[in-house]
Design a protein around this ligand. Structure first.
Ligand code: FAD
Length: 318
């Protein structure tokens, strides 16, 4: 079912959902099931699966020549989604990125997703590879999420890259996009970021999932600004509790967000990592209560494959 229909059917009740990563290469699917099982009691209508772009390694040949080789660390997002849908009968939402795909490969991936009965996709540009300083589009691939979005919309209208298909073969994906309450780090200012966000909604995006944030006011202001800018689709808050003291540095560095001083000081004052986890969970429980009161359609958790903290929060909220 489409995420927009899940939200409509909930009639104002806040839903629970979460995101996970495909397992590491060589590990079976059981690790994913072990991460999902403890969260199923909260009835997630959908589960997101991220996509990680292949990285490079440099292979040294006997001649001394260095060859740049692309390699994949994890089985595919599509395969992980298929396994989840098969076992849990919930909607799996694959993240679809521009990086690493030519337009033809994107189209083929979407044909596979339709074949599997996947109704929703979260359309993103994708992060830069670890070995690249900034995002480099794949030759003959899409450079911005809006281009990828247009491609999915075209397929929904029966317009494929190389042919026009008859109506019975149109795709029917409900398309989500990313939003950044504290601005995307490459955007020169918030207003420009909103311009591109609005462009994606005008093209056909039907829901927004936000980057994580630790101040509910960031979400509240973001939703207000969306509405002021004529962006009227559901805005799903993305949430992650702090679970280690190192994250006081790594989360702002990686995700370009602010951690409120009250939270950072509470974490710094902790005498053990177990205490840090408790503080992080309590903060998130309070955030979730406020988000529910604000009418957030879904509370969407970035589990990073660890269900424990999310379960504790969900127990307090749902
Ligand atoms: P875009 O919408 O393309 O925007 C990128 C930047 O370009 C922004 O600064 C925007 O303002 C600007 N911009 C947009 N359009 C134009 C234009 N036409 N001309 C000039 N500038 C423009 N990354 C992954 O690799 N895999 C994942 O699975 C993944 N999941 C994510 C899930 C969520 C909920 C979020 C919030 C992020 C996720 N990311 C993921 C990270 C995301 O891919 C990065 O933040 C990326 O840098 C931007 O993606 P985007 O879709 O917002 O890009």
């Amino acid at each position: 079912m489409k995420i927009t229909d899940h939200i409509k059917n909930a009639q104002g009740k806040t839903l629970f959902s979460f995101e996970l990563l495909p397992p590491m290469k060589g590990q079976g699917i059981q690790g994913i099931f072990d991460a999902i099982d403890p969260l199923m009691e909260f009835n997630p209508p959908f589960i997101d699966v991220t996509y990680l772009r292949e990285d490079y390694i440099y292979k040294q040949h006997a001649s001394g020549l260095l060859e740049k080789v692309s390699y994949r660390k994890r089985p595919s997002t599509v395969a992980t989604c298929a396994a989840i849908m098969n076992k849990y009968k919930v909607d799996a939402v694959p993240h679809l990125i521009c990086g690493g795909f030519t337009k033809d490969e994107t189209e083929n991936a979407l044909i596979d997703l339709q074949f599997l009965g996947i109704d929703n996709v979260l359309v993103l540009r994708g992060d830069a590879r670890r070995s690249d300083a900034s995002f480099i589009p794949t030759p003959d691939g899409h450079a911005y999420a809006s281009e990828l979005l247009q491609h999915v919309v075209d397929m929904n209208n029966g317009k494929y890259l190389h042919e026009h298909i008859d109506n019975s073969e149109k795709t029917d994906f409900c398309i989500g996009i990313a939003g950044y309450p504290e601005k995307h780090f490459e955007a020169p200012n918030l207003q420009t970021d909103f311009k591109y966000l609005k462009h994606k909604v005008d093209l056909g995006a039907e829901f927004i999932v936000t980057q994580m944030f630790f101040d509910v006011n960031a979400y509240k202001t973001f939703v207000e600004k969306c509405r002021e800018n004529g962006i009227n689709v559901p805005v799903i808050p993305g949430l992650k509790p702090i679970t280690s003291s190192k994250q006081l540095i790594s989360l702002p560095k990686t995700f370009h967000l602010d951690i409120p001083m009250e939270l950072s000081e509470a974490i710094t004052a902790c005498s053990s990592e177990a205490d840090v986890r408790e503080v992080g969970i309590e903060w998130m429980i309070e955030q979730c209560k406020q988000l529910k009161a604000l009418g957030a359609p879904v509370l969407h958790f970035y589990t990073m494959g660890k269900s424990g903290p999310t379960k504790k929060i969900a127990q307090a909220i749902f």
